[in-house]
Design a protein around this ligand. Structure first.
Ligand code: IFM
Length: 456
């Protein structure tokens, strides 16, 4: 079992989590600024005002990527940096930042993979209803056009949106993701409907305007399950949960972590039956034209996969969750370490949607610090990543077309409601001095990339 010869080895970040420069060079405000500037929401009232100061230190960061040997870098663009009010006037100074970054990456031999939207929605559009506004797909398409016109002479890899599960489900219903709203189910689903239309509209724009043939995908927060055993009954039970609307016996709020509600309309033409049953009258009454817009051909499916829980078949064959053993391995965010989720999750997505898969995020939060010897010994991250990559390779050997892997994250960064408490990076960031230190995992990853994963 090997990774394909042209396997893409990368690392990922997002704009709000690393850039800083929240009010520089004509940038408009985003909902992230709105939330983080409201005391009492984020851990210790941390903000992304400075974050990793990547806006000013991007050259140093590109040099670090080159040192790690990355072949590709996934980053997102801050919409209100480019269009301060979300629509209309373009902020050339903001756009120039991404222009320089793309040039810098290419000069270092690193391919840019651009995500259009990773949660930093323009505040001005939020005031007009944000994703609830029926015009929001058009706003997003206009913004996409600006980026494509500017960057597509050099950029060919595009992702429309990152994790609607989070910025719609958790962000408009649970209240703990940007923009931090607790709306009703019906309103959350309407926002999601518009976000799916926005995705489709952006794909159309990319395909119509790109100056080089684009490769278009998105990044979803997938929730894989792992069968308790290799028995047909357990495998079937785990598969049914992945195709369903959340784990068995879990409250309806947990259903946002499903795999199908957010993907089926764009790839199969409509919401899944199980979802329509669960949400009943709250489900959006979309017009046929809405679904036509959502359903645009994609070139790859980007999976963000971190964790999974174990499912077995009960005596009557129904899926049930296997309770976690006390003391089971977990990351600092208390996400179970479950390497096989990369095997089962990728198999499920590849089979259901019949698309090549790219792992657009995978990694772990830890308590890393700089040791007395000046190094960062994050052995757990090495072990975690090795185990997950072995399972990814197994999925590829078992017929899934796996094209690439982006580690989350390149840098320690602002982890949303947890502020800077959690460290996800291959590179340690001392936020007081902005000093960067390659962790042991970054050096280990360099060896994996050089060997195309043969040494895992
Ligand atoms: O940091 C986030 C990222 O913004 C989206 N996916 C999950 C990561 C870890 O929580």
């Amino acid at each position: 079992m090997s990774f394909r010869k042209d396997f893409v080895w990368g690392a990922a970040t997002s704009a709000y989590q690393i850039e800083g420069a929240w009010n520089e060079d004509g940038k408009g405000e985003s909902v992230c600024d709105m939330v983080t500037h409201t005391p009492g929401i984020i851990y210790h009232n941390h903000t992304g005002d400075t974050a990793c100061d990547h806006y000013h230190r991007w050259r140093e960061d590109v040099a670090l990527m080159a040192e790690i040997g990355l072949r590709a870098y996934r980053f997102s663009v801050c919409w209100p940096r480019v269009m301060p009010a979300g629509t209309g006037a373009v902020n050339e100074r903001g756009l120039a930042f991404y222009d320089r970054l793309v040039d810098g990456l290419l000069a270092a031999g690193i391919e840019p993979w651009v995500t259009l939207f990773h949660w930093d929605y323009p505040y001005e559009l939020f005031l007009r209803g944000g994703w609830l506004n029926a015009d929001s797909p058009r706003w997003f398409a206009d913004y996409a056009a600006v980026l494509v016109d500017k960057l597509s002479d050099r950029v060919t890899k595009w992702m429309t949106v990152n994790e609607p599960q989070c910025y719609i489900g958790a962000g408009h219903w649970h209240g703990w993701c940007m923009p931090g709203l607790r709306l009703g189910l019906r309103e959350m689903l309407l926002a999601g409907h518009h976000a799916l239309m926005a995705h489709g509209a952006a794909v159309q724009v990319i395909r119509a305007r790109a100056r080089q043939t684009p490769v278009v995908g998105w990044a979803q927060a997938n929730s894989p399950t792992v069968p308790a055993s290799a028995s047909a009954a357990d495998v079937d039970a785990a598969w049914r949960v992945m195709a369903g609307m959340g784990g068995p016996g879990l409250p309806v709020q947990e259903s946002i972590w499903n795999n199908t509600w957010w993907s089926d309309p764009a790839l199969l033409g409509g919401y899944p039956e199980a979802g329509l049953r669960l949400y009943g009258a709250a489900a959006p009454k979309g017009k046929p034209a809405d679904f036509e817009l959502m359903r645009q051909p994609l070139d790859f499916y980007g999976c963000n996969i971190y964790q999974g829980y174990t499912i077995r078949a009960a005596a009557d064959g129904a899926p049930e969750i296997v309770p976690a053993a006390p003391g089971r391995a977990a990351t600092l965010l208390d996400w179970p370490v479950a390497p096989e989720c990369l095997y089962w999750g990728v198999k499920f997505i590849a089979e259901r949607y019949r698309l090549p898969v790219v792992i657009t995020e995978n990694g772990m939060s830890g308590h890393d610090w700089v040791d007395a010897d000046g190094a960062v010994h994050d052995g757990a991250r090495i072990d975690f990543t090795r185990r997950y990559l072995r399972e990814l390779r197994r999925a590829a050997g078992d017929g899934a077309e796996v094209r690439g892997y982006f580690h989350w994250s390149l840098l320690d960064n602002f982890e949303w409601w947890s502020g800077y408490k959690h460290r996800f990076g291959l590179v340690h960031v001392d936020y007081a001095t902005q000093r960067r230190t390659l962790k042991d995992s970054a050096r280990w990853y360099r060896g994996v990339i050089a060997a195309n994963g043969e040494n895992l």
